[in-house]
Design a protein around this ligand. Structure first.
Ligand code: NAD
Ligand code: ADP
Ligand code: S3P
Length: 556
């Protein structure tokens, strides 16, 4: 996102309507919450509010005087009321006092803020730097006496709470205020999709340039060892992840697996289980998968099965993995009998979709990922289709080498966020695909048949594109949509460089595979179709002639 030039803001705290802060900064005294918060707000053209200053304005005295006159409990009550109000009615950057996150009511308010996509930023300075700054000018009632000893004691008490409450961390060790503010802006520009729901341990999908920097924070302090599972094609990115992990103090097991579908096998999984056993990998250790969807599927499967489940973080590096494979908890491997036949529903502790990894993604792999983006537009977010139409040519000509900083970057970030939101909505309501989640399979019944009959030479997203045209024609033949719907879909897919036809001789082959689709019930075919853009429904046991006629329609 282009950084805003300086603009003045006559900001008022609007107490009557919901507008949440762009970011909330927490951290120790002297971390720079006020200085960096103000600097980054200025650079973004946003208002800034410092909770301590708002409180002093409200109590008409300094905080030290209020502490002396009324005591800390009374202060914490005033602080609680003001912070909880600002979390709903202030749209700028909001810096909290060091002690605020320790108040239960404020913790609850911060959790609700995050569930609405809010960013709680733990601003971490080097302790020596923070203590030196905190002691400037005195006036910090919590540091009376041996200030540094008090600071260290408070740090031990508060760091675990800060770490738990924050969904992003910004480390400013020896950074200038401007550089620290720029890091803050990168984090503020990141997009976060919060995934929650029955059977799901809440996690965030973080989308943005540099998101990998959050890897230590997402893993937390529990693991000693981290198994980093990746393919050689993403070596540049796995090297970066390994460096981040080692700098954060983790013992990294580097595990390279075969590329693409060759990595999604029981033999590969078994080799990793052997390695983990030999290395004494415990249940408190963690798995990180960095790569395309095949790699994150395999990594998730290993995480789901090692000691019946260890934490794992997905770091998707292809568009399809970012918008689909890495989120939702489907993990698995292929077997000689078919694709994804063995696996587990096992959700990650977090997903970091770092746009920097797209700089090495081949154009054809980017385009096939658009297949799942188009699908999500049709089943759940028509605005996705508008964005795709408006930027079709740039998207079709995607070039990783010139992607970062280009006009396409915010467009792709928006498409990724919107597509992940569509998936998260379905997964949150139906983790184990008993109902709503089936709609994510739009275009997949015929699409999987293509993959199977082409012996997986066709890329998934390309097969889904043809599968959607098949489903659209089938829904036209059965009265759900008109010819314009089908024509518009074909035009959009072709404008993006996606296939809309497939050459195969035998309908019987296709029918036999479709009857083995997981959505089939007994001898009854069940399709997901779209009856209006943005809304999916089911078509059960369609007339046999329509099923065949739609096949003829997508033949080239
Ligand atoms: N679990 C789920 O919910 C889910 C959903 C959709 C798809 N999938 C699975 O995901 C897989 C498809 O994912 P995919 O399209 O990412 O395929 P993929 O993992 O095979 O990656 C495609 C190719 O691009 C390369 N690549 C990936 N990122 C790269 C990068 N940044 N730079 C350079 N090369 C890169 C890979 O090495 C590979 O050669 C399939 O196995 C499919 O079953 C799973
Ligand atoms: N990255 C930085 N580099 C240099 N000085 C800094 C930096 N961050 C903060 N400061 C200075 O340190 C002091 C304390 O910063 P402040 O933002 O008030 O900390 P906090 O609000 O976290 O307690 C201020 O004088 C501020 O200008
Ligand atoms: O998370 C899910 O439910 C999905 C899993 C995959 O389908 P399959 O389960 O048919 O492989 C994927 O291709 C589809 O986009 C959504």
């Amino acid at each position: 996102m282009a950084r805003n030039t300086r603009r003045t803001h006559n900001h008022r705290h609007h107490s009557h309507r919901i507008e949440r802060p762009a970011a909330v900064i927490i951290g120790m005294m002297g971390a720079g919450k006020t200085r960096i918060g103000k600097e980054s707000a200025h650079m973004l053209g946003l208002p800034f509010a410092d909770a301590d200053h708002v409180i002093e304005h409200r109590i008409h005295m300094s905080i030290p005087d209020y502490f002396a006159e009324h005591g800390e409990p009374a202060f914490r009550e005033v602080e609680r009321d003001i912070v909880c109000s600002y979390l709903k009615h202030f749209r700028g950057i909001f810096a909290l006092g060091g002690g605020a996150p320790m108040t239960p009511a404020i913790q609850d308010a911060l959790k609700e803020y995050k569930q609405h996509g809010g960013k709680v930023v733990y601003l971490m300075a080097h302790p020596e730097e923070a203590m030196e700054r905190a002691n400037r000018g005195g006036g910090r009632p919590m540091l009376h006496g041996d200030a540094n000893a008090r600071w260290r004691k408070l740090f031990v008490e508060r760091d675990p709470t800060y770490t738990k409450l924050a969904n992003v961390i910004v480390r400013t060790h020896s950074m200038s205020p401007i550089r620290a503010a720029e890091r803050m802006i990168d984090v503020i520009n990141e997009r976060i999709v919060h995934v929650t729901g029955e059977g799901i341990e809440d996690y965030d999908v973080q989308i943005g340039e540099g998101a990998l920097a959050q890897l230590p924070h997402v893993l937390g302090s529990g693991p000693v060892r981290v198994a980093l599972i990746h393919t050689t094609s993403v070596r540049r990115h796995s090297d970066h992840a390994r460096t981040l992990l080692r700098q954060a103090g983790y013992d990294v097991l580097d595990i390279v697996i075969p590329d693409a579908e060759m990595g999604k096998t029981i033999e590969v999984a078994n080799g990793i289980w052997e390695r983990l056993g030999n290395e004494g990998f415990t249940r408190s250790d963690a798995i990180v998968g960095i790569g395309g969807g095949a790699c994150t599927d395999l990594a998730g499967f290993v995480a789901a099965t090692w000691m019946r489940g260890v934490h794992y973080v997905n770091c998707p590096t292809s568009l399809l993995a970012m918008v689909d494979a890495s989120t939702g908890g489907k993990t698995g491997i292929n077997t000689p009998q078919g694709k994804n036949l063995v696996g587990s529903f096992y959700t990650p502790a977090g997903v970091l979709a770092d746009l920097q990894t797209l700089t090495t993604l081949p154009n054809d792999i980017f385009i096939e990922g658009l297949g799942e983006v188009v699908k999500s537009g049709y089943i759940g977010d028509p605005e996705i289709l508008n964005i795709l139409r408006d930027h079709a040519e740039e998207l079709r000509n995607f070039d990783g080498a010139s992607f970062l900083g280009s006009d396409l970057e915010p467009v792709v970030a928006e498409l990724i966020e919107r597509t992940v939101r569509v998936k998260a909505r379905h997964v949150s309501a139906d983790l184990r695909e008993a109902g709503l989640r089936e709609f994510l399979n739009y275009g997949h019944t015929f699409g999987h048949a293509i993959e199977q009959l082409e012996h997986f030479r066709w890329r998934h997203g390309n097969a889904v594109a043809v599968g959607m045209v098949y489903a659209a024609e089938l829904s036209r033949l059965t009265g759900f949509v008109d010819t314009a719907f089908v024509d518009d879909m074909i035009e959009l897919l072709e404008s993006l460089g996606l296939p809309t036809t497939w050459h195969h001789r035998s309908f019987d082959d296709v029918l036999a595979v479709m009857h083995r689709d997981k959505k089939a019930r007994g001898n009854t075919l069940r399709f997901v179709v779209v009856d209006e853009i943005g809304h999916a429904t089911r078509l059960v046991d369609p007339p046999a002639d329509a099923v065949e006629d739609a096949f003829r329609f997508v033949q080239d």
